[in-house]
Ligand binder design. Structure first.
Ligand SMILES: [Zn+2]
Length: 296
């Protein structure tokens, strides 16, 4: 009798805990389009018309981070956003616009107009089934121009609505402001993010502070910017441009090992990475929950 009663109590407790967990509904499995069947998508569309498209790149990220860094960042972050909002993530591209990194081996790049077309045709396909609200989550600065163009094209030529919820979005203004001046690419900040998201792909034994070389023109602008900070706008437009422009602002012309930063990647920590990533996730999740309140 006693045994039976405690058995009942324990199973009751388990059922209670399980239902409380599922009712909370804040954490569930991420919905990745390629991992679902058409039946799952049909079911999903009965209650939602939202989809997130992550954008990243395959480009050099210094000697210590993988070429797919931006892709993994966009993917891991959108997975968590999906877990917390129940919105489908539909990855279509591993590659972005990265021509200026091609002085380092392995970098892939699509022309901005090619990338825009691929994304637009993806949206057209998804629209056929009833998807109507598109969110792009970009994690590569070089893609910002494509992201703006495709969003504009969707909003001005179709019945769907598209917005940006990652880098380059007004939602993520804070994340786009630099913690440390010029810690743009594979430095302390980005290494921290990868240590948090994909430590298995980070080679800290190879992490080394880069030697950065600026042209006399860039140096002059930086000097003047001490008094006239608005000139940093011109300075930054000289950086991250393909070698063909002869501005000497391509990756391999600026940095001896591909890292763009004055920081030391060896100072990276999981804690910094976690803070940066969680801030972005929080902003995106808050936005999606609010947008869900608006009718389809
Ligand atoms: Zn990156």
């Amino acid at each position: 009798m006693r045994i039976n009663r405690s058995k009942i109590l324990i199973s009751g407790l388990i059922i209670f805990l399980l239902s409380a967990f599922s009712l909370a509904g804040t954490e569930s499995k991420a919905l990745i389009l390629q991992e679902m069947s058409w039946v799952d998508v049909q079911e999903y569309l009965k209650s939602s018309d939202m989809v997130i498209i992550p954008l990243g790149s395959t480009e050099q990220h210094g000697p210590h981070l993988p070429l797919g860094t931006d892709y993994y960042e966009a993917m891991e972050i959108t997975k968590t956003i999906s877990e917390q909002t129940g919105v489908i993530v539909a990855p279509v591209l591993w590659v972005g616009y990265s021509l200026y990194h091609s002085g380092f081996q392995g970098t892939l790049s699509l022309k901005p107009e090619t990338m825009e077309q691929v994304l637009f045709e993806t949206v057209e396909m998804l629209m056929k089934y009833g998807f109507d609200r598109f969110m792009f989550f970009n994690y590569h600065g070089g893609n910002n121009i494509v992201q703006s163009k495709v969003i504009h094209r969707i909003n001005h030529t179709t019945e769907a609505i598209a917005i940006s919820i990652g880098h380059g979005s007004t939602l993520q203004k804070e994340a786009d402001e630099e913690e440390e001046f010029f810690d743009w690419h594979s430095g302390k900040n980005e290494t921290s993010i990868m240590l948090y998201l994909r430590p298995d792909l980070v080679r800290m034994d190879r992490a080394k502070k880069p030697k950065i070389t600026f042209t006399p023109k860039m140096k002059e602008l930086r000097e003047l910017a001490k008094k006239y900070p608005e000139l940093l706008e011109v300075w930054s437009s000289l950086l991250g441009v393909p070698a063909i422009t002869k501005k000497e602002g391509a990756s391999h012309e600026l940095s001896n090992n591909g890292i763009w930063s004055f920081s030391d990647p060896n100072e990276a920590t999981i804690k910094i990475g976690k803070q940066t990533v969680n801030k972005m996730i929080k902003k995106a999740v808050k936005f999606i929950k609010a947008w869900k309140l608006a009718k389809k």
